[in-house]
Design a protein around this ligand. Sequence first.
Ligand SMILES: [Zn+2]
Length: 589
Amino acid sequence: MKRTSIQFLLTTILLISAVLLAAGGERPGKTTTGPGSEKILAGQSKIVGFHIDMNIAQFRGEYLKERLKFLADLGYNTIVWEVENNIRWETCPECVASDAFTKEEFKDVLAYSRKLGLEPIPLLQTIGHCEYVLKNEKYKRLAELPERIDQYCPRHPEVVPFLRKWADEYLEVFGNIRYFHLGADEAYALGQCPRCRAYAEEHSLSELYVGHINAVSQSLADKGIRPIIWGDMILHHPEALDILSRKIMIFDWLYDRYYGRGEVHVWGQGNRGRDDLDAVTRERFGAYLYPLGDEPGRDADPFYTADFLEARGFDVVICPSSSCYGDSVYAPRPFFHMRNTYDSFRKGLSGTRKGAVLTSWTVHLFPWELQETSMDLPQFIVHHPDGDLAAYEKSYVREHFGVDDRRFFVAAGLLAKRGLFNYAADLGFFKDARPAPKDYVVNRLDELAKDGTLEKETKACETRLEEYRQGLAALREYSKVVKKGQKELEFWDLAARNLVNRAEAGRILLKDRMEGNHDEIRAEAGRILTRLRAIRQETEAAYLTRIKPRRTKEIMQWMYDSVETALEKVAGWTGGDAKKGKAKEKTRA
Ligand SMILES: [Zn+2]
């Protein structure tokens, strides 16, 4: 056969395959029916995305590149860039982080990601979560309420022009893009300033929100770029949905939904069982909650919001999470996130949905390396559309550790529950990235004593400590049987040691409150403090290779400082003794 004929034949085969795949993948093993009885349709037509949150984790460029390669190899085709203040923006120079990327540096990262086939979607906060802007004095006038820094006033005459200007600057950095994410979630102060209240009384909260989103997105839509918003606010206030531009895509996020949960989330109300759904909710969403009727025994569909929005003419992307509220700062809840990610990607990659994006909120601080149990899932779903989570776990341990032993998930699961002083809200830091008060833990202990919950907390602490110790022991056992993947296990090992140390710290701090300070408690607090400092150093070294130095320092402060202060006090290591015993003890025990 002549060379041109071979080329022709190959091209024909490729074209036929492409057509088959586009038609729903008639290749054996490429199709399936999910809980919604719809086929999984991967390939280029759907967004298979990962969300990079740099609000808290200000990643180093080299590390980002390494992880982008990793994500591309896993079959992702899109990155949502929540860059916040990590580029040297001229529109808002006051909010720029001191070690932010120059535009050239970041363009280099973007060029690399494009080369890997990862389409960038920039994200600019346009109503809620603008803490990094409003915490600067100069911008306080743009706030919805003077005492809050988390929301712009959508009716302030300067807000929309400011955001449009900033969006233009984004375009200059991101170049040719098809989509632009406007954030717009969790605007909890909506309609509370006098100007907005008056508007909402005359129109509605929904119209206030929709009017703002339409205004901010217009200039993008005019340029042929599709704006995106998170779905929570419009699902909470859907009355004016008809006037929201259909050019806007909706990212329908929810991190605790999966089939078989028995409850569904109603925005503005929380999780609801079938008997707790009010008349308005049933009227509005009933056809999507119970597409086959609400006969007892049929569960409501947790993805009803996506079907509702699609029926109203919107393009929808489903967003699960590999790191979200409810996690500790040291380790995620792997199975919890896997269920959410599995069902969400199956929903997003089937039917007329536009895809799915895995979110990864870095305020929970633990590294991406501990989120791979969720990050690997989209690829598995595409290649094994009939595979369930048990099959996925088998494939995960085979791929990562070269064995068929699933006990990795037992070990990781033992580290999943958060406990006293090991999660963001219990350490006094939040998404606004302000320093946690050094005496936060001491004050929390005062509160617990006042509430009379010291004993209850001690019991919970003992239970967590036992679980974390078992988890650590299980990891050590597991690392003896694996054929590869030691590096991944080392990340889990460090998490386990941090969790054990934190539970020990919590227990001794509570004991000191209950028994009063004495020699035995002082000595034990000193030993725990010594181990804490050594683990802190080790953790800091691990973060420094990933996160920029200034932010690494802040992360260490959030994770350790207030616990260290409380332990120093109990151990009597104040003043000249404060550095006593620093990092002498071997921690890998
Ligand atoms: Zn307002």
